[in-house]
Design a protein around this ligand. Structure first.
Ligand code: NAP
Length: 246
């Protein structure tokens, strides 16, 4: 299998897209670590991964805090002895029109969505550099590419992830580490089910493939980027968006 014996960290993997990424990587041979702020759900996901016959470790962590991300890195190395793949997936929304957006809404979203990517990358990069191999996959969003009214904080964090991805790809290519982003469009999850019906309809009108995507369709792009099949791809943004942005 594509990822036999590899160790993959999927941040925010307790539920939603991250959970599906964890499942798809596990089905393809990877051992899975799930650092998430929601430990009960992370443990449940880890149990489901174990049922697939793969070792899995759930860790409670607020990844917006560097020290907590670094503790995750140390725990994974103690437990598994190696880290092959990091999927920076944890993310939140605190939507508001800009005139009403509070500083706290800005700071929280930038902290969880963007700073956590810095934190988790810090936590694994020395280890990957020493081994001269590693895969880092950052989950951005179409909103980071085209913007969205009411999501200045979220779209800034997701655009920031793209700049970070390209810089890391340039810094660590010589170390055998690839760094790519996946930018999902409108995916069927709790995050999008809570959108008002009118906003959903508006989105659908603009999707050439005429439907929302599934978490599995995002997870399969992540699997490709985590596998050897993508070894000559770095610094790229893979759009999984039904054509809403091209
Ligand atoms: P989700 O269902 O809310 O899952 C995100 C997970 O991250 C949750 O388990 C969440 O825990 C956890 N988390 C939140 N803050 C954290 C923190 N500080 N430290 C560690 N874990 C934390 O979201 P999703 O819809 O699957 O989205 C996953 C990723 O895809 C996000 O980066 C999102 O921006 C991106 N994305 C989603 C869509 C979409 O249509 N859904 C589209 C484009 C991009 P809690 O539940 O306790 O907060």
């Amino acid at each position: 299998m594509a990822l036999d014996g590899k160790v993959a960290i999927v941040t925010g993997g307790a539920q939603g897209i991250g959970k599906e990424i964890a499942r798809v990587l596990a089905r393809n041979g990877a051992y899975i670590v799930i650092p998430d702020i929601s430990i009960v759900q992370a443990q449940q996901t880890a149990r489901e991964i174990e049922e697939l016959g793969r070792k899995s470790l759930a860790i409670q962590a607020d990844l917006a805090q560097l020290s907590e991300a670094e503790n995750v890195g140390k725990s994974v190395l103690d437990f598994f002895g190696q880290i092959d793949v990091l999927v920076n997936n944890a993310g939140i929304t605190r939507d508001n029109l800009f005139l009403r957006m509070k500083e706290e809404e800005w700071d929280t979203v930038i902290g969880v969505n963007l700073k956590s990517v810095f934190n988790c990358t810090k936590a694994v990069i020395r280890h990957m550099s020493k081994r001269r191999s590693g895969r880092i996959i950052n989950i951005s969003s179409v909103v980071g590419q085209i913007g969205n009214a009411g999501q200045a904080n979220y779209s800034a964090s997701k655009a920031g992830i793209i700049g970070f991805t390209k810089s890391m790809a340039r810094e660590f290519g010589a170390r055998g580490i690839t760094v790519n982003a996946v930018a999902p469009g409108f995916i069927d999850t709790e995050m999008t089910r809570s959108l008002p019906e009118r906003a959903r309809e508006e989105f659908l009108k603009n999707i050439p493939l005429g439907r929302v995507g599934t978490p599995e369709e995002v997870a399969e792009a992540v699997l490709f980027l985590a596998s050897d099949a993508s070894r000559y791809i770095t610094g790229q943004v893979i759009n999984v968006n039904g054509g809403i942005y091209m």
